[in-house]
Design a binder for this molecule. Structure first.
Ligand SMILES: *[C@@H]1O[C@H](CO)[C@@H](O)[C@H](O)[C@H]1NC(C)=O
Length: 412
């Protein structure tokens, strides 16, 4: 059921750009954002979303499984890294994430998107939050700190990197709280080393009920049927079915269905290639412009709908995906330019040591629950002066027992 990734792209596409322009806090307003500015910001982020989808499915190759991810969550974490980047590293992140947005519009754009996503409603739950975990004694530049606090609505806490278990629990329990326990164990103790300086974490949560639930009182029913996966494998699964008015459009290659959530402000869009064998071609031809065009063209239509119930969890190490998207130097300890995070006078040369994304989605008769979280670990290679070299075997290792005089390895 690899359409799950596309669903989250669509969800993201529709959550911004509607509504009146908002007044933002003064620090983030370098310029007034017009509707056009906000639309080009979402267009950039949705391009990024489709790019991430394509790269990650390409990297999975023959090992395709059900997948889901939240491009918004990854974009917020990278948006914060962008605030701390300079030189080539900054140019790379900007080109991959927000190529068409003026520098002076950047923080205001993220600020307004966060406000839009977090605006309260009693019809559905949607919330996203950013958090910094800062190593005790590691000082952020005030320009960086002010931007991420004010424009990325970030809160911060210090972390004790000499206590990996406690720090892991501190971070993971915040993520669990933000995601109603749908995302657990985002970080592992192995990343909490004396080289860790800063963790940038985003969490996002969505829960919405269908405007018309797939329940018997609405003439719906759920029954077993066969789902054929990308690899041709067939599996029996529960399909929900109902005849009702939905958003629908069909072009020569794709049928598009939009199922409204209560309040009609959010829809889940499903993109189904007309040719059952055409999924690979469909994926290859995906662009966010194409998706937007199809979603915009969908009209209220009476449709008999049969869609699978599903629950999916995915986990993406981001380093390969982001590198393939052009963000190379930030992972390179020598080439990374994250000089806008902290003053270089402390002697720390910073780089992104690790980045990871986890996501969850459940689609059933009542609606959808989805959650995701992302972390980016900012590290340094240089241990503080006069500190002993550290050997911290808190991750898998290989051992060998060698017989000294003969040099033979006797156990390994
Ligand atoms: C980071 O980029 C800025 C602007 O291009 C440059 O002046 C600075 O030397 C770079 N620093 C590092 C450590 O690469």
């Amino acid at each position: 059921m690899t359409f799950a990734g596309v669903i989250s792209v669509a969800l993201f596409a529709l959550t911004f750009g509607s509504g009146d322009s908002q007044v933002t806090k003064s620090l983030c307003v370098d310029a007034t954002l017009s509707l056009i500015d906000r639309q080009s910001f979402t267009a950039d982020l949705n391009n990024f979303a489709v790019e991430m989808y394509k790269i990650s499915t390409l990297q999975q190759q023959n090992d395709r499984t059900d997948s889901v991810f939240s491009p918004a969550s990854i974009a917020f974490a990278l948006g914060i890294v962008l605030q701390g980047a300079d030189g080539v590293t900054r140019a790379e992140i900007k080109a991959a994430l927000v190529p068409n947005i003026d520098n002076i519009m950047l923080s205001a754009s993220f600020d307004q998107l966060l406000s839009a996503l977090n605006s309260a409603t009693n019809q559905y739950e949607l919330s996203t939050a950013n958090k910094l975990y800062i190593k005790q004694g590691f000082e952020l530049l005030s320009s960086f700190e002010e931007r991420v606090v004010n424009c990325f609505h970030t809160t911060s806490e210090t972390m004790d990197v000499s206590d990996p278990e406690a720090t892991t629990q501190q971070v993971n329990s915040w993520v669990e709280e933000q995601t109603k326990s749908k995302i657990t164990n985002l970080i592992s103790p192995a990343i909490v080393t004396p080289y860790l300086r800063l963790l940038i974490v985003n969490a996002i949560y969505f829960k919405g009920e269908w405007a018309t639930p797939f329940t018997t009182q609405h003439g719906a029913n759920t029954a077993k049927n066969t789902f054929t996966g990308i690899d041709g494998r067939r599996k029996e699964t529960d399909f929900m079915s109902m005849t009702n008015n939905f958003l629908f459009v069909q072009d020569s290659s794709t049928s598009v269905l939009g199922i409204p959530y209560k309040n009609d402000e959010l829809h889940m869009f499903l993109f189904l290639p007309t040719n059952p064998a055409g999924f690979a071609d469909f994926e290859a031809s995906l662009t966010s412009a194409k998706l937007s065009k199809l979603m915009d063209a969908a009209k209220n239509t009476r449709v008999q709908v049969m869609i699978p119930k599903f629950t999916t969890k995915s986990e993406y190490p981001l380093k390969n995906v982001l590198t393939a998207a052009g963000m190379k130097t930030m992972f390179d300890p020598m080439l990374a330019n994250l000089t806008a995070i902290s003053s270089s006078s402390t002697g720390d040369k910073l780089f992104v040591g690790e980045a990871k994304h986890k996501a969850f989605i459940e689609v059933n008769e009542k609606g959808t629950e989805a959650a995701a979280a992302t972390f980016v670990a900012i590290m340094t290679l240089s241990a503080a002066i006069n500190q002993p070299t550290i050997f911290f075997a808190n991750r898998p290792f290989v051992f060998a027992i060698r017989h000294a005089s003969s040099g033979a390895i006797v156990f390994m």
